[in-house]
Design a binder for this molecule. Sequence first.
Ligand SMILES: [Zn+2]
Length: 392
Amino acid sequence: MPVIEQARGDLYQFLERLDGSSLSGIQKCWGYQYLVLPKMKWILAIYDIPASTVLKWEQRVNRFLRSWLGAGHTLSKICLFSRDSPVALPIDSLVDTWKVEKCRLQQSYKYSPDDFIRSVAPKVRSGRVWNAEEVLEEAERDLVCESMLGMVQPGKRAGIGFGEWKKPWEKMNTEERKKAAIERVQENLNKERVVEYGSLELQSGWARWREDVLALDLSWNSLFKMGDSMVGFILRAVYGTLVTPSLAVKWDEAEDGMCKLCRTERGTLQHILSGCKVALEQGRYTWRHDKVLNQIQSQVAYHLDKRVNNPKRSVSLQSSTIGFVSAGAKYNLLIVQICWSPRGTSRQLIFDDDDDEEELRHPFPLRMSQEQTAIFVTIDCRGGLPHATNVW
Ligand SMILES: [Zn+2]
């Protein structure tokens, strides 16, 4: 079909142009998501493009995405478009977009204001393997079932009424139903991907520990802030495509697979990042912890200089003591005015290392009058790791 040929040509041309531009890798990915994909949506929806053809196009797209992200050419598309990975990227797959657009088209037939179209009930042609009508029905059935079931407790100790309230299906108007059904279709597509995690032994290692960590914010804003090399490193580290000695030994005969620092343990990612004794002795780990403390220090110093010790700032003191605050009541802790400054002449925070418990508890000497209320914040960093943060 010449239209499909033209669509393919256009898609490849967009990608080649993006690739050849002088933009950064993340900017190119943004270009795909917000310039190329919206252009393709209409074409994918209205033309009868077979699923196998879209899959072929997607393979080409993914090749570009992997290279722009610096994620390694072996990264599976299951990881690339995963929504529940700790490093979920805000990029949509071409095949998923095609499926969603087909469902949207089917929906427009189903809820058409034209009586004739509704009576004919046309079906979107999407091939034998995947049927838009069935998928849409399944999504709507899920929503109806959930609405009958009502709100369920999401966690063991969450309590009654905890969790996000969703409008039940029977109370939704047509527009809300259409939106909810499409969102459910996208959710179900993500769930289908979860089943495939087991097929990737190395790249889906994160599925075992994702419950224990906070997911990294990989919104476009933070992606641009991080830059290409950092994003590439994060993706490779999480998905196990980072070339470590233990991985390189599989194809490189000259490589012995041992850690280059200690020479006694295997050079796996875990060992290099948090298990090497030589790195611990050399202070590489404390350097990383100190970087965290530096971030805290810069924020504290900023607020001391700009906010707390600002003579122009006048705050009326409402109460010298903080009474009992019931759950849900709003209470602004910042009504107190504190004049304090970090010890020492430099902008560095000094964390005491001696046994003087009193000194350790109050790293910031305070100058304050009797009617002022103080909030003490202690960052206890004995052993290089801030293991306790107390507010009293
Ligand atoms: Zn080592």
